[in-house]
Design a protein around this ligand. Sequence first.
Ligand code: GAL
Length: 977
Amino acid sequence: MKLLLSKAVTLLCAASALAKSRRGPRVQSVILPRATQNNGLQDIVTWDEYSLMINGKRLMVFSGEVHPYRNPVQSLHLDIFQKIKAMGFNAVSFYVYWGIHEPKRGEISFEGFRDLQPFFDAAKKAGIYLIARPGPYINAETSGGGFPGWGTYTPGLWRTSNTTYMEAIEGYIKTVGAKIAENEITKGGPVILVQAENEYSGVQEPYTEDFEYHKQLLQLFRDSGLTVPTITNDAWPGGHFTSVDIYGYDSYPNGFDCSNPYVWKSDAVPEWFWGAHQGINPEDLHAVYEFQGGAFDGWGGSGYAPCAVLTGPEFERVFYKNQYAMSTTLFNIYMIFGGTNWGGIAHPGGYTSYDYGSVIAEDRTLREKYYELKLQANFLAVSPAYLTSRPQNIYDTQGSFTGNSALKTTQVLDVVGNKTGFYVVRQTDASTNALQTYTLQLPTSIGTLSIPTIGGSLALNGKDSKIHVVDYAAGSTTVLYTTAEILTCLKIPPPVAKVLSGTGTIQQKSLASNSLALQYKTTGQTVVQVGSTVLYILDRVNAYQFWVLHPPTSGPFAHYSTENPIIVKGGYLLRSVSIRGSTLSIQGDLNNTATFEIIAPAASSKSVIFNGNALALSKTAHGTLAAKRAAKLPAIKLPNLSSLTWKYADSLPEIRPGYSDAKWTAADHNSTVNPTTPSTPVVLYAGDYGYHTGNIIWRAHFNATGSESAFTANVRGGTAFGYSVWLDSTFIGSWAGDAVHSSYESTFKFPLLLKEGSGHVLTILQDHMGYEGDWWAASDSFKEPRGIHSYSFVGDKVPTVNVWKVTGNLGGESHVDRTRGPLNEGGLYGERQGWHLPGFNDARWAVGKPTTGISSAGVGFYRTTFNLNMPKGVDYPLSLVVSNSTTNPLYRSQLYVNGYQFGKYVNHIGPQTVFPVPQGILNYNGLNTLAVSIWAEGSTGAKLHSLALQLTSKVESSISAIVNQPLTAWAPRPGAY
Ligand code: GAL
């Protein structure tokens, strides 16, 4: 039986298990044109020019990028992995951030949230393969692009084979390499690939690509015990670092301008990637290690909501399908879950949120684009023909097969199997919103057909793309062609002999060779049975509601099974299924009443349990199981933060008379290896003294000449930084910062003439927005200093600074808080003392609220506590929400939850005002400590306009138990100053 289908959006087909499957034998009879490759070190992960294989089985690697360090709650990794898995994906790619593992040279730590083992274990539990990307360079919008702060004073050009650099990376690569190696698939773990470097692509004159670096880095990987294939992600298909096992590239075709989310470039759908791949590594599969899944946003930016529009369902349909048109069989979406730049993770171009507009939002809720991607992943998961396909007419797509030059159609043929064809149709001008109608002239096994065969035409909206299949095997049936897109196929006995349900009109016509054409106009869901095949014809809204889940098998890789799919319609998220005897258990999340339809073998679904409770089952008109289930969403009461008792203390004692900075670090270096030459008598780069994050404070002691009238300084802090200056106890001004400047020179007038010979101190409080990235290969750009580049006094006779002192976080590289890591706290007095931590005794502090604030320039610290008593069985993400202050707008604030810095707010720059704080950082069943710092940069002080705790979503959830991260309490800090 051959089926021809026209006119609908999505198709889900079920074919008889009794009928002889055509797919099994076909794959086995494949004769590959060339030998399968492995790297000689293992034979579990192999590949050829078509696809990757695991244990000899081809797979489409559908992967999403997740950064473990951007989610410090280890027990939440499983939630993210399950959501990715439920989307039909089978892999996750992750960076490791060297800078947080080796904050002090030679002291490598995987303590606390930095431990990678829970991440590996959760991936395995969810049935997700991992692609490890340990750097050493990662970019990733992290401070220093992943490099440790001490790199800024390490001589030698970085990202080259320079000995000083190679010595610097050796300890880290060997340690992290060994950890990844222990979790390779060869040892029963989830890791299948490992990436060397990151976008080692752009090289500036006079440097050239450093092949010796490639060699030595790959050797370090191997020395650490890694055996899985090595990969690299060229920034574009440019043929760099091809000495890895499987070369691939990155692509961000829609760019990063989230403020214009509807503006697409007309030629943004690249077809030359295929030719480039063929020119560079035709012997390997077509691998894309990063493909745009969102966009990052910076200080003063648009916020992430429009980034999710820029890269929304339309983008996914057009740009991802264009990659499928080029037979991409390893496809990693960057990011799939962005997470949070908590603490000092962010580079200067980013703020606390790294939501990225990705399919899983920062608060772990699912965006519409999640459901669109689920359709694509499920389709390719049941399309083995795609895994041995080649595009046929890549440079001749315009007007092909349609005769309509406003459309491009790529013919992607299975060149090894039975000549299944995938025809990817899209707009020639990617940016157009115009609808095009078309007919297709497609070669099929019964000759060329003009489609639709029963007359009429097809339509494609602007910013849309469709994949039509030809000679596509679906169980016992061959779909001769379909202009509907396929969601999934499975083999189960049709539930009833012949039933139609749903609305719409269906026309039929018998064609040659036992073929039947169906043409239909339907809405919603229509179920049709033809012979032994049941078709679900779905519009997009209905298609989004389907989940394809696989019961676990046994053994160590039980959760990686792709056999015996169970299809369930309904629910916000269905995570997993399992079968015991005749009972089917479904674990899922609901945000309202779900109407389930369950397509499962009758013998194993006599009863169905959802989240532990039996469902009351009935039968649909076409014989599948149906059930309704209301979401259990208990009401909760959240504390009103503004009515709590808050305590206040001044956090800038440095400007008080008599303050002693004796314990501070003397800034007395006469030279630096930093490539930026200072214009000061002593080096005033905070990094040279071991301070790499958060606020930095400088103190300049001088004796007055009596004629100085002002002080000028050029301070560098990174985009959106600011600084404030005090002469003794008197505020003399700020550069409050904007979204443009990363350094700024300003002159601050003295309020009066100083007495000749009298001693004075200038106190300069500056923000450190993170180190720059080091994107260019052979580059030192991350060494761009943070601190004072030049300074001078104004006057006839100018004084000399006798002593410069500096502080950042207590302990510098020997940071005090091992739980929260090296980037969490900065150099404010309150941070050095640990005031942000739970359990600090503030009994002697005054009463004062951050919404009352301070009335002059300076720094205030506020603390309060509150209890939460959240119900079980739900996922209720919370955010701290502030609102913009328009009076006294110039201020910077940090929000600490149980000691973790989960918000850096710059009121006059923005844009972020909603700061998600995950459960596990917030204690959902017990006491919480909230601390807030306010640095008023204006002379009239500052306050938070409002501060609230808000729910961002309510979901009944089968999420695994969330264990709080250690919320370690304050303890005396010996030597704190
Ligand atoms: C890529 C890079 C990633 C990330 C991305 C933009 O070029 O490899 O690390 O920076 O751009 O978000």
